[in-house]
Design a protein around this ligand. Structure first.
Ligand SMILES: Cc1ncc(COP(=O)(O)O)c(C=O)c1O
Length: 357
């Protein structure tokens, strides 16, 4: 096809939230009620998320980053400790670890799944290792068993993976704690927001203690990380949409898989529990020319991770991460992508493939 044909057409954004009148009505109702700060609706959202994950404890926060921070603090991570995180992930993890005073130790990923490489993590564990943060990147559950077997406390990072399964069980129920994000472009959204699920009441209690800073008899540094009723009202509606959101994402992923099968591209691994937060293509070359060309054709796309964390830390010797970073490209996949838009994305990717092969 002529890859110039979509120039001038509306650009298809790389991400777009799935919102409807139900969210507007729920938010308006909270505003009309006059009770907008954390209260009963937040409690209801926590309960609904805990039920969905199949775990007893869930505490709402104002972001995924604050959820990670509180999870680490509740596990008593602090100065002198090390926390292993992947290098191939957003800088929120590096921030959360650094807030605690611990040192972040980046590890390599598996090139096919984009998730932590357990063998590389194993090499980096020492007596100072206090925790491992395990993201389920792009909606695919990490292989948790070998990581849990290391005997180091695990915080699952479910920011991109609410609704994904590992061994047919929801992610967020395997580690000592798990963090969720409801940022605008995540699987479900409250604009900004987060949640920590925990396996023990002790961790949950400590998290609630750390974010309840007002009217306390004792003083210690506490954090205003609370979610509002407005966000929670939105979150409850969004959680109700999660199954249909996942169904539509899977359907688009199957369409892409069929369309791209014959091309010389590395496609996402096929796994039952994958919910396709992102559809990430592996290229035979660096992604920059593709990004430029697709953008020109009106298809929003991006490197799925902006910059590997080892570069921020001035560390070298992460060859897998560097290679994956260079060749990976994320294309639009979200429920409000119309069939026409899906076809436009397919045409544009095919045109790029023919241009650059
Ligand atoms: C894997 C992962 N963890 C944590 C976060 C942080 O979430 P938030 O933006 O809600 O602070 C993000 C969001 O970008 C993420 O992708």
């Amino acid at each position: 096809m002529n890859d110039q044909k979509n120039v001038g057409a509306t650009t298809i954004p790389h991400s777009r939230p799935t919102l409807g009148v139900e969210e507007s009505e729920a938010v308006s109702e909270v505003i009309r009620s006059g009770h907008i700060a954390e209260g009963d609706i937040v409690r209801r959202f926590e309960g609904a998320l805990a039920d969905r994950v199949g775990i007893e404890y869930a505490a709402a926060t104002n972001s995924g980053t604050s959820a990670l921070h509180l999870a680490l603090l509740a596990m008593e991570v602090g100065p002198g400790d090390e926390v292993i995180i992947p290098s191939y992930v957003c800088s929120a993890l590096l921030n959360a670890v650094t807030y605690t005073g611990a040192a972040a130790v980046p590890a390599e990923i598996e090139p096919d799944t984009f998730n932590l490489d357990a063998a590389d993590v194993h090499r980096r564990v020492n007596r100072r290792t206090a925790a491992i943060i395990v993201p389920h990147l792009f909606g695919l559950a990490a292989d948790l068993d070998p990581l849990l077997d290391l005997g180091v406390p695990v915080v699952e990072d479910c920011a991109q993976a609410i609704g994904a399964n590992y061994h047919r069980r929801p992610v967020g129920s395997f580690g000592q704690a798990a963090a969720f994000s409801f940022y605008a472009t995540k699987m479900i959204t409250t604009a900004e927001g987060g949640m920590v699920t925990a396996r023990t009441g002790g961790i949950d209690k400590r998290i609630r203690d750390l974010k309840t800073y007002d009217q306390r008899e004792d003083y210690e540094v506490r954090y205003n990380y609370k979610m509002t009723e407005i966000q929670a009202a939105m979150g409850i509606v969004q959680l109700g949409r999660l199954d249909s959101i996942i169904r539509r994402r899977k359907r688009i992923a199957s369409t892409y898989n069929r369309a791209f099968r014959e091309l010389n591209l590395k496609l996402p691994v096929e796994a039952d529990g994958h919910i396709f937060f992102r559809y990430v293509i592996g290229l035979e070359m660096d992604a920059s020319p593709w990004i430029q060309a697709l953008t020109q054709m009106g298809v929003g796309c991006a490197r799925p991770v902006h910059r590997p964390l080892h570069h921020h830390l001035n560390l070298a010797d992460y060859p897998v991460t560097d290679e994956v970073w260079s060749r990976s490209l994320s294309i639009p996949i979200y429920p409000t992508l119309t069939n026409t838009e899906v076809s436009r994305v397919i045409d544009a990717v095919t045109a790029c493939h023919n241009r650059f092969k």
